[in-house]
Design a protein around this ligand. Sequence first.
Ligand SMILES: [Zn+2]
Length: 65
Amino acid sequence: MKVSLEFLYHFCCDRCKSWWSRADIEPQIDEKVYCPNCGHVNIIEGIQTFRNAAKYTCTQRIPDY
Ligand SMILES: [Zn+2]
């Protein structure tokens, strides 16, 4: 049996605070990401991991999309 790892990135809109996920495609710094809820163009500033974002992540509530 082979086992593969999936990376799941959570995006949290700066304007409306909705959040959604994207699998495996690594976000890039300064990448533009459109919010599926309000259409705001978010700019990726950095990627937090389980090491530095265990608290205060947007995943403390159910996803909006
Ligand atoms: Zn939004």
